[in-house]
Design a binder for this molecule. Structure first.
Ligand code: ATP
Length: 454
């Protein structure tokens, strides 16, 4: 069975209004995207599942929502001002395009740090010497652009957590091990964005900093790797398409003593979905030094004090969303006709149930609307009368709606409807009065993808 290509996903996203290229009426701006209705719903569900796993299903993590523009010292202390760079090379031949040197080495020589000559992948031209390019977007705060008011759009959400460590410790009545979680936009002036929403310059992150006693950091790192892999598989990603890849020592960031990436096998190959790093005490120590605040935990029982170590699972919302869509996409033949279906976990599906009158008369639309109204307070449902029933099912299959509820002439006689399952295509007859319980029950069930791993 063929796995989805990126082109197929891009086409589906456009066709069904999940994601559009941004500023299209002005000719577009490269690698920037706008999320349409179903895209918003799917993305919200991805974030809701992350919050559920971080907050609702445990009691050692609290939430925060910090500002995008922070004090410029934050980025000095964190090391981003000096160190958040990628090696940039420019083609000296015809095309003059710019590339990331490490990516070209990997593509042409097999490893990011391999020695040897690399050439422009577009025109074969010679390349310039690499220079370190800082990925932070710079701006000025206030009406006058001058040196004193330079600020940066945050390149990660994590620092907004570290600088609030003291506030949270004081108000959340937590002691290590405990975590602070945040979802929000981050900005990176990537040299070569691409692969649809995989790498963009404006994206959303879901990051959690877990503060632990220093001697338990190794154990917690292991446990968060396991936990994060579980999150993806429980939400339906096929286990055979996921892997955990430890960073080599030459690959580690300046702050990290160990990092493993959760990688998904995207159409362009295994690529990072999430990094799970042991950041040690780097961030709290740096911010303590730059701010002159004490950022440590004091045990009220015995007065002992220490700077907690930090385990950080850092994921991308957009990348996760792309992985869920790629993994769910399937084209199959049903009774001689092709259908495209997004086999999303029901909890991720933008719409849970579509209520469809078989014909647009005989009281069926009114009855269907009544059912839609009864359900929509509990879950996202849609009411649709447009086109033949086959066409309407197909539309719902493509947006990943797990259940179709069809109102037909029998409904008008005995108050039952047919309930169609997106994956098995089974249709069962069920009393309207039982619908709420049935669907809420199905939503709570564990779900695994019926799609085989190629
Ligand atoms: P990469 O190596 O792909 O550039 P990274 O290692 O720099 O990513 P982190 O700093 O660890 O990424 O950020 C955590 C997560 O944020 C990544 O795993 C990814 O899901 C997401 N992310 C980072 N950069 C981007 C981007 N430009 N576009 C979309 N998502 C991103």
């Amino acid at each position: 069975m063929a796995e989805a290509t990126l082109d197929e996903i891009v086409a589906l996203c456009k066709r069904r209004g999940f994601i559009f290229p941004s500023s299209e009426i002005y000719g577009g701006v490269g690698s920037t995207y706008d999320y349409g209705h179903y895209g918003v719903l799917l993305k919200n569900n991805v974030k809701a599942e992350w919050w559920r796993a971080m907050l609702q299903e445990r009691d050692d993590i609290v939430a925060i929502d910090s500002a995008i523009i922070q004090h410029p010292k934050v980025w000095e202390a964190s090391g981003h001002l000096d160190g958040f760079t990628d090696p940039l090379v420019q083609c000296l031949g015809e095309c003059k395009r710019r590339f990331r040197e490490d990516h070209l080495r990997e593509a042409q020589l097999g490893a990011e740090d391999a020695e040897g000559e690399i050439r422009c992948p577009e025109c074969g031209g010679e390349l310039s010497e690499p220079r370190q390019f800082n990925l932070m977007f710079e701006t000025h705060v206030g009406p006058v652009a001058e040196d004193g008011n330079v600020a940066y759009l945050r390149p990660e959400t994590a620092q907004g957590i570290f600088i609030n460590f003291k506030n949270v410790l004081q108000f959340a009545r937590k002691k290590p091990p405990f975590g602070i979680a945040q979802i929000g936009k981050s900005f990176r002036n990537e040299i070569t964005p691409g692969n649809f929403i995989f790498r963009t310059r404006e994206f959303e992150q879901m990051e959690m900093e877990f503060f632990v006693p220093p001697d338990s950091a190794g154990e917690w790192h292991e446990s968060w790797m396991e936990e994060r892999m579980r999150w993806y598989t429980e939400l339906g990603i096929r286990a055979g398409k996921l892997r955990l890849r430890p960073h080599g020592s030459d690959e580690l960031s300046h702050y990290s003593s160990a990092t493993s990436d959760v990688e998904y096998e995207f159409p362009m190959g295994f690529s990072e979905l999430e990094g799970i790093a042991n950041r040690g005490d780097f961030d709290l120590t740096q911010h303590a030094k730059f701010s002159n605040e004490k950022l440590e935990y004091v045990d009220s029982a015995d007065g002992s004090r220490y700077v907690p170590h930090v385990i950080e699972p850092a994921a991308g919302v957009d990348r996760a969303m792309l992985a869920f869509m790629v993994d769910a996409y399937e084209v199959e033949e049903v009774e001689g006709r092709e259908r495209t279906v997004l086999r999303l976990h029901p909890r991720l599906a933008p719409v849970k149930a579509a209520v469809l009158p078989l014909v647009n008369k005989d009281g069926q639309p009114e009855k269907a609307r009544e059912i839609h109204h009864a359900l929509r307070g509990l879950m996202a449902t849609e009411f649709d009368t447009g086109g033949s029933i086959g066409k309407r099912y197909r539309r719902q299959d493509e947006i990943g709606t797990p259940w179709g509820i069809t109102v037909d002439h029998q409904t008008m006689e005995d108050d039952t409807v047919t309930l169609r399952d997106r994956d098995s295509l089974e249709q069962s007859r069920i009393p309207v009065d039982d619908l709420v319980n049935e669907l809420v029950g199905r939503l709570a069930q564990p779900w695994t993808s019926p799609k085989p791993t190629a």
